[in-house]
Design a protein around this ligand. Sequence first.
Ligand code: HEC
Length: 210
Amino acid sequence: MKKIGFKKEFNKKFFPGFLVGAALLGMVSCHPKVKVKAAVQPTKLNPQQALQAAIKKGEHLVAVSGCEDCHTPWKIGPKGIPMPDMSRQLSGAPAAARPPKFKVPPGYMVANILTHAYTGPWGTSFPANLTPDKKTGIGNWSFQEFANVIRTGKYQAEWSGKGTGRPLMPPMPWQDYAQYSTQDLHDIYDYLMSLKPVSNKVPPYVPPHH
Ligand code: HEC
C-alpha cells in the first residue's frame, strides 16, 4: 500500500516535469539534426538561375548603398519635389552638367540637385555612368577592373583611358564600399551589367581653380 501510494505521489509530482524534460531533450537533440539536414540539402541552380539570384542581391545592395542618390539624375516631380528619373537610371551626371557659375565658399559643398554635379574644395566631380553602355558607361569593364576602382579608389572611365590612376573624388564614398566582400561586389557588378545601357557621356572632372 505504502509503495503504491509513493508511486502515485511520485507520478503526480514528477511525471509532468519528466515529460517536459523529455520533450526538451528531444528538441535539443533533434534540432541540430534538422539544421544540418537543411544545410546539406543541395540547392542546384543552373548558371542562368545563379546569375538571376546574383542580380537580385546586387539590386538590393545598390538600393541600400544609395548609389541611385548620386548616379541617377533627378527630375522635378509633382509639387516641385525632385525625384530620380528612372528612365535614365544610374546613367550618371547628364552630359550637359556644368560646375556652378558662382564661387563656392571654402569648406562648403554645392550639389546640383538635378544633375548631381558636386563642387567643393576638390573641384567639381560628376557621378559616373554605371550602365553597361560600352562607350560611355562600364560596358567594357571586367569585374576585376570594377572591383579595383571600388577597392583602390582610382578612377578609370573608358574615354579617359583605362586606369588613369587619379584618385576618385568626393563625394563618391568608395572607402565604405571597399569593404564589401568580393561576392557582394560581384553581385553589384552583375546587377549593373543587367541594366538598360544608357548612352551618356558624363562631363570630365574639373580641378579646383586657384
Ligand atoms: C554621394 C554620392 C555618391 C554615391 C552614394 C555613390 N557614388 Fe559613385 N561616384 C560619385 C562621384 C561624384 C563619382 C565621380 C568621382 C570622380 O570623378 O572622381 C563617382 C564615381 C564612381 C565610379 C568610378 C567611375 C570611373 O570611371 O572610375 C564608380 C565605379 C562608382 N562611382 C560606383 C558607385 C557605386 C557602385 C555606388 C553604390 C554602391 C556609388 N558609386 C555610390 C558619387 C557617388
